[in-house]
Design a protein. Sequence first.
Length: 119
Amino acid sequence: MQKKGEEIADKANRELKFRFGYHAIPSMSHLHMHVISQDLDSPCLKTKKHWNSFTTDYFIDSKKIIHQLEKTGKIEVNEQETKEFLKADLRCHVCRKEFTTIPALKSHIVLHNLTKSAG
């Protein structure tokens, strides 16, 4: 899945950086890996819970999962502790500035993305 995700990301946009990983507590029953661009400028990210599912330790890097599986043969997650990540303060994934609303955060991250594309 890691290799296929990398192939898809390469075809999608070579200018963007992507992360590959899994939610600690999946929202769907079937195995799936997320391939998410790190500009995080998406109309699909509408809620604090959804934002935090990709910008906190709730999102586990695919290579970390692979390492754990190779080492122990399983993935262990403290569900109670993990759920707290979704309730964390809303923060910019680049500069960690705190926001009270998703619209304010999204207006802010656009500035980071403009800076990257100008540089």
